[in-house]
Write a protein of this length. Structure first.
Length: 62
């Protein structure tokens, strides 16, 4: 809304637009598809534990 008003030549403060949008219960739209940063493998097989890691937590040393 802020950018649209500025394109039309209407000077309005950002905080005013934020307050009015909050009062009306509207929010801005993010254009474009979300980026997928992790794409799972087709077979879904995980790599084996090659170093025999032990994730069991023992008692803390006091």
């Amino acid at each position: 809304m802020l950018a649209g008003n500025r394109r039309k030549g209407i000077e309005v403060a950002r905080c005013t637009v934020e307050r009015l949008m909050r009062q009306l219960g509207i929010s801005g739209v993010v254009r474009g598809a979300p980026k997928r940063t992790t794409i799972p493998a087709k077979d879904g097989v995980r790599a084996g534990d090659l170093v025999n890691r032990d994730f069991a937590a023992g008692r803390p040393k006091v």
